[in-house]
Design a protein. Structure first.
Lengths: 536, 119
């Protein structure tokens, strides 16, 4: 892969806007700032329009002759369908409050990464086609004609937005930029203009159950491998079950947890916790993906991929569903699943079998997040914990955009964190909770060919991590998102080397004192526990 | 696409350096691809390569890296220690590019590679 410039170089951001007006400044597709085109086969598997081999680098994107008609008709349909979209198209007064809130703008200085201008890319076409002022006054009313250049500009910039919604927090009207990007991407998908890193996983998920395309026996063998590790570390071998009918709870987590470090250690944490509780739960090799890359494609694809969670819950006859640590997975589950594929009347309101707590906030979706489940266990004193096992770790907490801004999950993970670690420092106030900065690679942009934009977009988050690293000696950043675990590992390593990334339940697994366990000398990574260094 | 050869052995690699037909692979082909990648194969490296192939044919997936090292009784990090980029080992094993598997280095001096997977 291409070498990256040194961090000092990449951090020199030029904020001088181009001399030409934005409508007269066509997008230039810079290498490292866009992703490979979606493959023909992925589109075919999902029955998506215009499957073919193409490349964004070519002049000819192999579009259907009537592409303009398709896009404009697609926009019309969505304006009719989503009242919110029409409001977001009409209401912006271009006050600029959002302009410098986007991590991609901060990291690139490209004005089209200001949320207001990114939205104008679509809004200008809306005005031209759907407003009287735009039809008559044209450019004076901020309207412009749809053209191939505009289409390419959309593709470039709608795949440079991670749908993190930080800008929306600062918008006096609450315009949801993520929804604008989502519509922009839907329109592009009508022409087969997606990226490989999204369509590959989405089609693999549709075909085989998860983004990585892990087959049932592979999925199972990965978890069995964790059991070997767990047994070596704790002397205990949990006995998880798969596709078990009649289990009380179905557990669904992003497949990254089953395959990629450091998510695998978080997965080991789940296994330890469930074993200690004696939880009556099952994994599924069919609903083996909590994440949903369809969500970065279109609502239809997202709905299709999401469907199997309820379908499997019904097939297995479980009472309710527990979900693992993931970000966008929870935006989907919390805000869309119920209306797409619900109501799940065949399930019961999630009730912790250990504490008796009924999670009424999930009374409609019937699915709760493991951070709230574990926080509740701790609040009722049901877990024996030894936080000193994490004493060689100095933590800070990254609020994942979708769980934080999407579902207001600020306290639950912190409550758990404070029970399992002794050293915890917050990053600066304007970079956490609802104002948290994106990892820089969310919404399906954590590929490798767009590393330049990923690192630039990751700078604001990493910079805050670096701050607490220098001030308090922070050496771990915790989070509850699988994309964060993959993406932050890369960007933090680049911008703030020496700080590592961990999931919440990895820390829980380390601190959990289990019945019948042997004296532990190493943590879940196989690294010595504090005080055991000499024994190693 | 290019054809690489050494005496009478030939192999066809795609634009990214993956063997176009995994079935064409044998240990001599591995040496050929390794040369393309600028790697000289040792016995330790060959045991990793053999494991990767065995794993792929059974599971159709890229294994968890530390699982490889454990199963062939080598130190954790054996793949990176030997190949730097795990994908290089995969290529030498003659296996196809898989969906959602990328290994990323953020260090321009280059010893730290990480897995990137779709969440």
């Amino acid at each position: 892969m291409a070498k990256q410039p040194k961090p000092e170089e990449l951090a020199k951001v030029d904020y001088t806007p181009p001399m030409t007006a934005w409508m007269d400044t066509p997008a230039v597709l810079k290498p490292g700032n866009f992703c490979n085109a979606a493959k023909e086969k992925s589109l075919q598997l999902l029955d998506m329009p215009n499957p073919r081999t193409w490349s964004a680098k070519d002049d000819d994107w192999k579009l259907p002759d009537n592409w303009k008609e398709i896009v404009l008709e697609g926009l019309r349909e969505r304006l009719d369908k989503y009242r919110s979209l029409r409001v977001f198209m009409d209401i912006c007064v271009r006050c600029g409050a959002c302009a410098d809130k986007c991590h991609f703008f901060i990291g690139t200085g490209d004005p089209k990464n200001m949320p207001v201008l990114r939205a104008e890319l679509l809004r200008s076409i809306y005005r031209k086609e759907f407003t009287t002022a735009g039809k008559i006054l044209g450019r004076f009313a901020g309207a412009r004609e749809m053209s191939l250049d505009v289409l390419k500009e959309w593709w470039y910039y709608f795949f440079q937005c991670t749908e993190c919604r930080r800008c929306s927090v600062f918008c006096p009207y609450g315009i949801d930029q993520a929804e604008i990007t989502m519509v922009g991407r839907e329109l592009l998908n009508l022409l087969g203009l997606n990226i490989d890193w999204i369509m590959g996983p989405a089609s693999a998920c549709y075909h085989k159950g998860n983004h990585l395309g892990l087959e049932p026996h592979t999925f199972k063998s990965s978890i069995e491998f964790f059991l070997d590790d767990i047994e070596e570390i704790t002397g205990i071998r949990p006995e998880p079950t798969f596709n078990r009918k009649g289990a009380e709870i179905l557990f669904v987590t992003p497949s990254g947890d089953v395959f990629a470090d450091p998510g695998t250690y978080t997965c080991m944490g789940y296994l330890l916790l469930f074993h200690e509780l004696g939880l009556d739960y099952t994994w599924s090799t069919y609903a083996s993906e909590g994440g949903n890359f369809g969500f970065f494609t279109s609502m239809d694809v997202a709905q299709k991929l999401n469907y199997k969670i309820y379908a499997e819950a019904k097939r297995l006859g479980v009472k309710w569903i527990l979900g693992g640590e993931c970000g966008h997975m929870w935006r989907v589950l919390n805000q869309y699943m119920d209306t797409w594929n619900g109501p799940a009347d065949f399930l019961e309101v999630p009730t912790s079998p250990i504490t008796g707590t009924r999670f009424d906030a999930a009374k409609s979706t019937k699915m709760i997040h493991i951070a709230e489940f574990t926080a509740d266990l701790m609040r009722h004193g049901k877990l024996k914990l030894d936080p000193s096992r994490n004493d060689n770790k100095i933590l800070t907490w990254h609020d994942s955009c979708n769980t934080a801004r999407g579902m207001g999950f600020f306290e639950e993970p912190r409550y758990v964190l404070k029970k399992v670690v002794n050293n915890f420092y917050e990053m600066p106030e304007n970079t956490i909770r609802e104002k948290t900065f994106c990892c820089g690679s969310g919404s399906g942009l954590n590929a490798s060919e767009n590393m330049d934009i990923r690192l630039k977009g990751g700078l604001p988050r990493a910079n805050a991590v670096k701050y607490v690293n220098e001030k308090f000696g922070v050496n771990f950043v915790g989070n509850i998102c699988a994309i964060d675990r993959a993406a932050l590992t890369t960007s933090i390593d680049y911008w703030a080397p020496g700080v590592r990334v961990t999931g919440l339940h990895e820390l829980v697994g380390n601190a959990l004192v289990m019945e019948g366990e042997k004296k532990r000398t190493s943590d879940l990574r196989g690294e010595p526990l504090p005080g055991c260094e000499a024994e190693e | 696409m290019k054809t690489v050869s050494c005496s009478d052995i030939k192999a066809t690699l795609d634009d990214e350096g993956f063997l176009t037909d995994s079935a064409e692979w044998n240990e001599e082909v591995a040496c050929l691809i390794a040369a393309e990648e600028g790697v000289e194969l040792t016995e330790e490296m060959m045991s990793i390569i053999r494991f990767l192939r065995g794993y792929y044919y059974e599971y159709h997936a890229f294994p968890i890296l530390r699982q490889v090292c454990r199963d062939i009784h080598q130190a954790r990090g054996c793949i990176q220690d030997n190949f730097v980029d795990p994908m290089r080992a995969w290529k030498i094993a003659g296996l196809p590019h898989l969906v959602g598997v990328e290994f990323i280095s953020t260090d321009p001096e280059g010893r730290i590679y990480e897995t990137s997977t779709p969440g």
